[in-house]
Write a protein of this length. Structure first.
Length: 195
């Protein structure tokens, strides 16, 4: 079974199945990461063969596809749905083993190291994002990832349907920033950066 769900981002569509595709993990590939997708995600690589596909996000039992802004969902949704359905029915691989280690290594190259009070602060921020924010944004076909913290400013990366979503800035400021400020008074703002 495969069905589609709209997301708050008009440029993305969530394709949901009744089988686990990538359990408790997430993979986010943008157009400039096609080589990474080709190496590690056969399904993302196959989806990038459609010239209107600009991003592929895989998590649990769904795939979120980001389309070119010049193409309407009405002209491509059925084609993508049939493709994904056929792909899953043929039991082709979704992700290759070892991607999590590669992803962790790539992230550790860019992740800042924190000490003392800042290390405690970052641990609290990550815990709150994981517990309260990530489950909500996953339901909309996206993800939020901690990037950095400095002098009261939390920087996050938005992925999947959250990336480029028109409502993400209000969600970020009103919802996420408001919650983090209430729970951690030292936080002054939450900003989205490009991943």
């Amino acid at each position: 079974m495969l069905y589609t769900e709209q997301t708050p981002n008009p440029g993305t569509l969530k394709f949901v199945t009744n089988q686990m595709l990538y359990a408790r993990q997430m993979a986010d590939f943008t157009l400039d990461q096609k080589d990474l997708a080709a190496e590690w995600s056969p399904v993302a690589d196959a989806l990038f063969q459609f010239d209107y596909v600009k991003g592929v996000y895989i998590c649990n039992n769904f795939i979120t596809v980001t389309k070119d802004v010049n193409v309407e969902w009405t002209t491509i949704m059925l084609e993508l749905k049939n493709f994904i359905k056929g792909y899953l029915e043929e039991e082709k691989p979704i992700m290759k083993e070892g991607f999590e280690a590669v992803k962790a290594a790539l992230e550790s190259e860019t992740e800042e190291q924190y000490e003392g009070d800042n290390a405690e602060m970052v641990a609290k921020i990550k815990q709150l994002l994981d517990k309260y924010v990530r489950p909500a944004v996953e339901m909309d076909g996206g993800n939020i990832k901690f990037h950095s913290y400095e002098e009261g400013v939390v920087n996050v990366v938005l992925q999947g349907s959250c990336s480029g979503c028109p409502s993400s800035s209000s969600t970020l400021k009103v919802g996420i920033e408001g919650m983090l400020k209430r729970m951690i008074p030292e936080i002054k703002s939450v900003e989205a950066i490009m991943g």
